[in-house]
Ligand binder design. Structure first.
Ligand SMILES: [Zn+2]
Length: 298
């Protein structure tokens, strides 16, 4: 009798997900891109990627950093964008660009770090201006980028230069770009120094916490990429079709840093089954169904 009760209880309870069945473990174990046609599948923070290309570890105008992470894979449009932007960096007098994480070989949720970077259309670019492009694999693990945001988050540091401004303007003005994430103080500085007649491109520069040593480029869904989910709201909507140099930006250096005292009691933390899952909790059932095919493809 007791066994029957235990058995029926076991059938009622949801099956615990084995760690090795989590989507980030499955995608994190993939060593090469799928041999499929390129396709971003799903959204930047809930998806996967077919047919990614590897950014060569070194090239005439770039080096990929932290090679041990194996995250130097992107959609072909992203790889081309990085080649183009790094060539522009050389025109500024930099040796090129140091490129941080793009995506895993088949995209998908990651075992550590980012919530996004899942569909091959996000890339982190270091704020450290490269002086040389012959770093060894070990140096690429050991060297750190530089902070361009002050510790109190209110301003940029002496590491911020006119060339950073020029690079970010070029990066954002590219029609392939959907938005670029930077520390709020970086955008505030760019708002101050941009010429008044020409600031529309600034709407693509978006303030986000973190991002003090790198900027994060997010490309639009490529034309015809039917499985790629466009991000909403758009940057035009977020900035009411302006440049975003407004109160919503200043919030990052006022209320965000010194929140007004809460009048309501803080909510109890929600149990896992009631709140939205984080990407590290995703199972394959949380991803678009095509992602199973990306995992199993040759
Ligand atoms: Zn990023």
């Amino acid at each position: 009798m007791i066994r029957r009760i235990l058995l029926s209880l076991a059938l009622l309870a949801p099956l615990p997900v084995q760690a090795e069945n989590l989507a980030n473990k499955l995608f994190g174990a993939m060593e090469a891109p799928s041999g499929q046609d390129p396709m971003p599948i799903g959204s930047y923070a809930r998806g996967c990627a077919a047919g990614l290309m590897e950014l060569p570890e070194s090239g005439p105008s770039w080096q990929a950093m932290r090679l041990s992470r194996d995250r130097n894979y992107g959609q072909p449009v992203m790889i081309q964008y990085l080649l183009d932007l790094s060539a522009f960096a050389q025109k500024l007098g930099w040796a090129g660009l140091y490129i941080g994480d793009i995506s895993q070989p088949r995209g998908g949720p990651m075992t550590s770090g980012h919530a996004s970077h899942q569909i091959g259309l996000d890339a982190d670019i270091w704020m450290l201006p490269p002086k040389r492009l012959n770093l060894t694999a070990k140096e690429r693990e050991d060297i750190s980028s530089i902070p361009v945001r002050s510790a109190d988050q209110l301003s940029v540091t002496g590491n911020w230069t006119k060339n950073h401004q020029r690079l970010l303007k070029a990066a954002a003005s590219d029609p392939r770009v959907d938005r670029i994430f930077v520390a709020a103080s970086v955008k505030i500085e760019m708002c101050k120094t941009a010429k008044a007649a020409d600031t529309k491109w600034l709407q693509k520069i978006r303030p986000v916490a973190g991002h003090d040593t790198h900027f994060h480029v997010r490309l639009k869904c490529p034309k015809g990429a039917k499985l790629c989910q466009t991000q909403a709201p758009t940057v035009a909507e977020l900035s009411k079709d302006g440049n975003g140099c407004d109160d919503t930006l200043m919030w990052w250096v006022t209320d965000y840093l010194n929140p007004p005292k809460a009048t309501k009691k803080p909510k109890k933390p929600q149990p896992a089954e009631e709140r939205e899952k984080t990407p590290r909790e995703f199972t394959m059932a949380d991803l678009p169904q095509q992602c199973a095919g990306v995992l199993s493809a040759e």
